[in-house]
Design a protein around this ligand. Structure first.
Ligand code: CP
Ligand code: NVA
Length: 302
């Protein structure tokens, strides 16, 4: 039976650890220039209803390196943007390509797409989740800290798609996560409730300093996500103080690493100084999107 990558929660810890292992192998092969064409002759359809730099380029290049081909399809120039139902899109795409990566608004929409497609569907970001990014982030943690376990993770900022996926990761992998958001900008209530039921070790606070104290991994994201541009001004007021800066880094573990999925608004949610500073692993994190997504595609489509 085909498997999709719509949310981390559909996967077990063991299965995700296998993806980390395959990522390491594929990355080493790519760096050494060794053949690793696990998807020779296969095609990925990439559906975008939102902008992207990293996701588009890393999936397209990843598919090429695996010996396959990727098609960039934007809603503005496909019939999806003119109202063709997602279920018809999925049925038709299933006749042409071997997998779909989609970036869109609604998580229900990609679940529907997955239900009516005979081929694997990968979530390249929705309003609710960004699972490929969290996989790349954890690969980056493993590379820099030797392991992802027994570390304390801190999220400062918006309770958005990234925060929701971090909550899922904490529930699956069992690490400690502290999330600081302004009041009214908490993560998704159902996501929090499910993680609590699974016994996840997560602290929710409105105090960024409480979240950062002693943490090994500091993470943030923009205050206004794609689709929330009209709220930018009001969010700037609400999020004042929810910034990763030198004071926050000084409260964390001296060996801490700082992450950001990018694109960043420098000197809003994170200072330019911290992005360019010695704790930042942000560009390794961006690179690892390529390697981890190759492993995800090889697992689903190989
Ligand atoms: N981090 C991330 O998904 O970047 P893009 O929006 O550029 O794809
Ligand atoms: N939370 C951001 C992530 C971008 C990669 C957004 O959804 O716009």
């Amino acid at each position: 039976m085909k498997k999709d990558f719509l949310t981390l929660s559909d996967w077990s810890r063991e299965e995700l650890e296998q993806i980390f292992e395959l990522t390491r192998e594929l990355k080493e092969k790519q760096k050494r220039g060794e053949e690793h064409q696990l998807l020779k002759g296969k095609t990925l359809g990439m559906l975008f209803e939102k902008s992207s730099t990293r996701t588009r380029v890393s999936f397209e290049v990843g598919m090429f390196q695996l010996g396959g081909h990727a098609l960039f399809l934007h809603s503005a120039t496909t019939q999806l943007g003119r109202g063709e139902p997602i279920k018809d899109t999925g049925r038709v795409m299933s006749r042409y390509v071997d997998g779909i990566m989609i970036r869109t608004f609604s998580q229900q929409g990609i679940e529907e797409l997955a239900r009516c497609s005979d081929i694997p569907v990968i979530n390249g970001l929705t309003d609710l989740y960004h699972p490929c990014q969290i996989m790349a982030d954890l690969v980056t943690v493993i590379e820099h800290k030797g392991n992802y376990r027994d570390l304390s993770y801190c999220w400062i900022g918006d309770g958005n798609n990234m925060a929701n996926s971090w909550i899922n990761a904490a529930a699956i992998f069992g690490f400690e996560l502290r999330i600081a958001t302004p009041k009214g900008y908490e993560p998704d209530a159902a996501v929090m409730a499910r993680a609590a039921k699974l016994g996840a070790k997560i602290l929710y606070t409105n105090d960024p300093m409480e979240a950062a104290r002693g943490a090994m991994v500091l993470n943030t994201d923009v205050w206004a996500s794609m689709g929330q541009e009209a709220e930018q001004k009001e969010r700037e007021l609400a999020f004042t103080g929810f910034q990763i800066n030198r004071d926050i880094v000084a409260l964390a573990d001296p060996g801490c690493i700082v992450m950001h999925c990018l694109p960043a608004h420098r000197d809003e949610e994170i200072t330019n100084e911290v992005i360019e500073g010695p704790h930042s692993v942000i560009f390794d994190e961006a690179e690892n999107r390529l390697h981890v997504q190759k492993a995800i595609m090889a697992t689903l489509m190989g």
